[in-house]
Design a protein around this ligand. Sequence first.
Ligand SMILES: N[C@@H](CCC(=O)N[C@@H](CS)C(=O)NCC(=O)O)C(=O)O
Length: 241
Amino acid sequence: MSGLLLHQYEVSPFAAKVRRALRYKGLDFEVRNYRVVDAGKIRKTVSPTGKTPVLDDGGGLVVDSTAILRHLEQRFPTPPILPTDSTLRAQAHIIEDWADESLFFYDLAMRGWPNNIDWLKRDVLSHDSGFMRWLLYRLLDGFVRKTGQAQGIGRKSRESICSEVAAHFDAIVALLGEGEWLVGDHLTVADIAVASMCTVIERAEEAAAMMQERPALVAWRERVDAATFAPGTPPEARATR
Ligand SMILES: N[C@@H](CCC(=O)N[C@@H](CS)C(=O)NCC(=O)O)C(=O)O
């Protein structure tokens, strides 16, 4: 056993970010999957904020995907996921934070639309069962709507959200330019975070169509996937592996 244990909601893009980084660094790890009904247990045992992912590294707990990636970089520096140049490092950090704190809420808003929400519910409740699954399946619509409204993006029209996501995808393509990676000359936390979010946002049919209209975005995502998934991982499994 490697001593690395990832506590996670399996389908969370933040957990996916950590799994991708662990694999890129060639590290063995184990996962402990939680059900939505385990929220109270998570708060009492591994995460004071109640949020996952949490990495248990030989008994030391690290909470938050960004903190976990920094921890991994310090403990296992090769191959690096942060540039050594301080300006590039800052750029990678800011793009990672944008993916986590902004793009994620576009994902939640779009996947909360009636034509997409069934897939979101099946994802979120994939480890729940019985009566609680039945109940949560009915409550999730309201929870997703309220979260999006509290954050703000969920108050916007579908048209505005689609045009903003299109602008974000265009910005990613522009950042790439002729290069292979979002920042500098190797894969970084920026690529890992944005690709992890793309993997879930494309489960909204509108976002999937917008991605397909941008071959450079798809090619970059494939490049990041090739570096951060085991060979042969099928596309439909990439949100949970
Ligand atoms: N900034 C955090 C975000 C983590 C996060 O929002 N995790 C969600 C799952 S997608 C969660 O644990 N939600 C449970 C809760 O809010 O109580 C990170 O990067 O790890």
